[in-house]
Design a protein around this ligand. Structure first.
Ligand code: ZN
Length: 288
């Protein structure tokens, strides 16, 4: 037989005692019910608070995402702008190459790489990252290309400075480059330079940048000076009264190097100006 319990209730207003008899099964059911209700209450309370926290977090994340999207939009616009600038840089570079007549050289260097159009429609971070990588490669190519252009221009400037140009002294030509009758023997011989008549002491200038290769006295050319300009060019100045530049020194176009004279085998005061390319005398008249 199941255990039974008595609950005694004593009201304050009367002396009658009420007695309730309860079986242990009912008590167990009541306790179980209480536990279940408490657990459910605890669960719903927890769920409610955790939903409320999640909701707030969701709101916050939405705001963050929206801000990030705006930032990404801005970045894509910036990238587009950079790409446009890159194109204009490329155009300028092409024009510079054309002006410098360097079309043949930069062909080795690829100029254009892809576009940015596809990024505008797809706002994905990795797409932007890809564009950035592309731009970095492009910038590096531009840098290399421009370094090449600069080197080539430097070479051209050096060549220009080393190429003899202009009159070495103020005077008038008395004998041109080519075959002529020797004023001494009367025989036809090759005259390998230009004779420019001028008064003794008239300044003689270097016609290009270079290094004074030799200063010497020769029976034929008298006091002479030889300048090596590199690129195969040499200039020779003969019959001077005085040599001003020193052997081994660098000279620039227009520097005073000697003074006109009548030394060596000469019939009057003049400068013998000779121009050689790779050891072969060429007509200096074309360079005056
Ligand atoms: Zn001569």
């Amino acid at each position: 037989m199941a255990k039974r319990f008595s609950i005694i209730v004593i009201p304050e207003s009367s002396n009658r005692v009420k007695r309730l008899q309860v079986s242990s099964g009912i008590i167990k059911s009541a306790v179980c019910g209480g536990v279940i209700v408490s657990a459910l209450f605890a669960f719903f309370t927890y769920s409610y608070f955790s939903y409320s926290v999640d909701h707030n977090e969701l709101q916050r994340l939405r705001v963050v995402t929206s801000q990030q999207r705006q930032t990404l939009h801005g970045l894509v616009a910036d990238l587009d702008e950079v790409q446009q600038q890159m194109y204009s840089l490329q155009e300028t570079e092409a024009r510079v190459m054309q002006l410098a007549k360097l079309e043949n050289v930069p062909k080795e260097i690829p100029i254009a790489i892809g576009g940015i159009a596809e990024v505008s429609s797809s706002l994905e971070v990795d797409s932007v990252q890809r564009q950035i990588n592309k731009l970095q490669v492009e910038i590096e190519l531009r840098r290399q290309s421009q370094e090449g252009v600069r080197n080539l221009l430097n070479d051209q400037v050096s060549l220009h400075r080393a190429t003899p140009k202009g009159w070495p002294t103020k005077g008038w030509v008395t004998s041109y480059f080519g075959m002529r009758e020797s004023p001494f023997t009367g025989k036809r011989v090759m005259h390998e330079g230009l004779d420019i008549a001028a008064n003794i002491g008239t300044p003689v200038f270097a016609t290009a940048d270079g290094v004074v290769a030799r200063v010497k006295y020769s029976a034929g050319y008298g006091k002479m000076i030889i300048i090596d300009h590199g690129y195969g060019y040499r200039t020779i100045f003969g019959h001077n009264s005085k040599i001003v530049a020193k052997a081994g020194h660098r000279v620039k176009r227009g520097d005073l190097i000697a003074k006109v004279g009548n030394t060596g085998k000469s019939t009057g005061s003049h400068l013998h100006y000779e121009l050689q390319l790779n050891g072969v005398p060429i007509d200096p008249r074309k360079t005056l």
